[in-house]
Design a protein around this ligand. Structure first.
Ligand code: X5A
Ligand code: ZN
Length: 651
């Protein structure tokens, strides 16, 4: 069997490890699980090489020799039937080599995201059986912990249905086996942690009413649009009957979540709850599709992030933890992440690395919502997170005031330092008439639009010139007519509202503004366009009714630095315009995200009634709805409801 290790004494011969009693770590690998493949050899992300590259990485790094290597073992039908229906077990069993491809293809075509071939059945039995095998050995104490490197994955598989590349729910079978078939092992409470980027819908359902299993899943959700789409993965799904409170979902509202976001969910949800629950063993649905580089996940967890998450889980049940591979589709990422995890399981060297980013603002909002929903069951979640904590977020406006915090001061000084350098450059530049365009064309920003500009054809009028449907007046466009380099959607904790009485472009009716100030209870959905700072200035000119052939920009490099300090800056030269306030919403990678809205003093006037709040006219509102729908952000109903809500709530 390919899973057998060769050169098994490597660990003992290596001076580094002599005399050091590292933990007994089980690894299952079985080449037979590679036989499950697409029937006609088409490419598929859930491919046999996934487990091969992991195994090769572990071998090459010399860690397999320091582990207890086990070949796969097939699950017994009666164990599969602890969580699956008899029909489902029989269906998977019947996919044996005797049958013809067309029959399997027909079955697969009726399922959601499933392919089947002659090797599928054996692989599925091995995947489930191997997780059972490791879990049993860890529960018995024969192993301290283990990693079942299995495929097909399991967490989407439901009692009577294969889906999402999953045939049997491997982890659920193992959990149920320990609880129901092996009372002798004394496992009464199981924590299942699912860090695969997708919601573990199958596992959730199987233990929905079971208080012996605490199921925790962190996943992309995005209002139910991310696979496996729907409401199941939302944070209000907490379990039912005796299982109420024993199901915890952390539904990300956006992709790009990384170490900081996951660790925040660990520190402020999972770990405190796990302490209260005090599991007898931890099973980990270890998909690596939240890893940086994954083609399906779009998140950014690093091997370091996975190491720290795993390490924190090893504090429970005397380190009895069983990892089972779920998803993960970037071969390099899953190999590196797996190696990092096995090194943590072996516990023979400190975790290397660091993470400097802060969680996203949306992350804090989700974490707060989860805590609130679950605090009745888990008192450790009851306390409000401190403002100081949730203020550490990726859009991080650093306020320059007299501060006793030396780090903040250092950072502020650094920025001021950079600014003084920039000012010198600007002086030199200013003497050369209008060359500001050349300089600002070299810098990219994300322009975040929340009004009619969310509709791409309308926004392009500001770049290419012209007028889109519904507009009463044409735009001149930017001097640089190149289209945005990238477009994406993002939600920000700001208040959207509509005000003023009419515009030249749209006629009678209020237009969109967003409050420059953050409020965690509010959401403005924005379409972000990556354009140059030159183009951003041309949008600013046009939004404020100014000419684009100005000798100086409205918003230069110094202003770009300053806005990151201050959060927002009103622009002198556009003080008569309605959108003369540039607001910094954070950064995407290295690129600042900016929006333009009214000033804070205008917000006060809207609040006091000096400026009118007014619902948008139909044509204008339709443009926003169109933007949200065509941009893939919302269905038409949702978009309309979002606009109606913003237009009717008092400011
Ligand atoms: C196990 C896993 C993903 C299914 C995605 C289907 N499944 N589009 O990651
Ligand atoms: Zn997944």
């Amino acid at each position: 069997m390919a899973g057998e290790s060769s050169g098994s004494n490597f660990g003992d011969c290596n001076g580094e490890f002599v005399g050091k009693s590292h933990r007994k770590v089980g690894l299952v690998y079985d080449e037979a699980m590679c036989k499950h493949d697409t029937p006609d050899g088409e490419d598929h992300p859930e491919c046999p090489d996934r487990i091969r590259v992991i195994w090769e990485k572990l071998q090459f790094a010399g860690v397999t020799q320091r582990c207890v290597v086990l070949g796969g073992s097939k699950a017994e039908d009666k164990h599969l039937q602890l969580v699956h229906t008899k029909d489902h077990v029989n269906l998977v069993k019947s996919l044996s080599t005797k049958q013809k491809d067309y029959r399997r293809n027909r079955i697969a075509s009726q399922l959601n995201s499933i392919y089947l071939n002659g090797g599928s059945s054996e692989a599925a039995y091995l995947a489930a059986g191997s997780v059972v095998e490791v879990a049993e050995k860890v529960a018995e104490g024969e192993l301290d912990c283990g990693f079942a490197i299995v495929r097909p994955p399991g967490h989407h598989a439901e009692a009577d249905e294969a889906m999402g590349f999953c045939l049997f729910n491997n982890v659920a079978v193992a959990a149920s086996y320990l609880l129901n078939e092996r009372p002798d092992l004394g496992i009464k409470k199981i924590l299942i942690v699912d860090w695969d980027v997708h919601h573990g819908n199958g596992t959730q359902k199987m233990f929905w009413k079971d208080p012996r299993v605490l199921f925790f899943s962190v996943h992309r959700h995005e209002s139910g649009s991310f696979y496996p789409a729907g409401d199941d993965g939302y944070y209000n799904m907490v379990g039912e009957g005796p299982g109420e409170g024993f199901n915890i979902n952390v539904p990300w509202e956006q992709g790009r979540c990384g170490d900081a976001d996951y660790l925040a969910a660990w520190d402020h949800i999972l770990i405190p709850v796990a302490k209260e629950f005090n599991p007898d063993i931890v099973l980990l649905s270890a998909g690596f599709d939240a890893a940086i580089g994954d083609p399906l996940g779009g998140c950014r967890v690093t091997p370091y992030g996975y190491s720290v998450m795993l390490k924190k889980l090893m504090e429970f049940s005397q380190g009895k933890i069983v990892m089972a591979l779920e998803g993960g589709y970037n071969l390099d990422s899953i190999a590196k992440s797996s190696l990092a995890c096995v090194q943590v399981l072996l516990e023979d060297k400190p975790i290397q690395g660091s993470s400097e980013a802060y969680p996203f603002e949306t992350t804090w909002r989700v974490i707060q919502a989860v805590r609130k929903r679950l605090c009745a069951y888990w008192p450790s979640l009851a306390e409000e997170l401190s403002l100081k904590l949730i203020d550490q977020k990726t859009p991080t406006p650093i306020i320059v005031t007299s501060s006793s915090d030396s780090e903040t001061e250092d950072y502020a000084n650094e920025i001021l330092d950079q600014m003084s350098k920039l000012n010198i450059e600007n002086h030199q530049v200013d003497t050369v008439s209008t060359s500001w365009r050349t300089d600002l064309a070299k810098v990219d920003v994300w322009y975040a639009s929340f009004g009619s500009n969310m509709w791409k054809p309308r926004f392009l009028c500001y770049i290419e010139g012209g007028q889109a449907e519904g507009m009463k007046k044409a735009c001149v466009g930017s001097m640089d007519k190149s289209p945005p380099k990238e477009i994406m959607w993002e939600t920000f904790p700001h208040r959207l509202f509509f005000g003023r009485e009419s515009t030249v472009t749209w006629g009678v009716g209020g237009v969109a503004f967003t409050n420059p100030l953050t409020n965690l209870n509010d959401q403005t959905h924005m379409c972000l366009y990556r354009i140059t700072l030159e183009q951003f200035n041309d949008v600013l000119f046009q939004e404020n009714g100014l000419k684009v052939d100005s000798d100086s920009p409205l918003f230069d490099l110094a202003a770009l630095q300053l806005v990151q300090n201050k959060g927002s800056i009103p622009l002198e030269a556009a003080s008569d315009g309605w959108y003369g306030n540039v607001v910094f919403l954070g950064k995407q990678g290295d690129i600042p995200v900016l929006t333009m809205t009214c000033t804070l003093s205008a917000v006060e006037k809207f609040t006091s009634g000096e400026f009118p709040l007014r619902a948008p006219a139909k044509a204008y509102a339709n443009t926003l709805v169109r933007g949200l729908v065509e941009g893939g952000r919302f269905s038409e109903e949702e978009a309309q409801a979002y606009i109606d809500n913003a237009a009717s709530k008092p400011l």
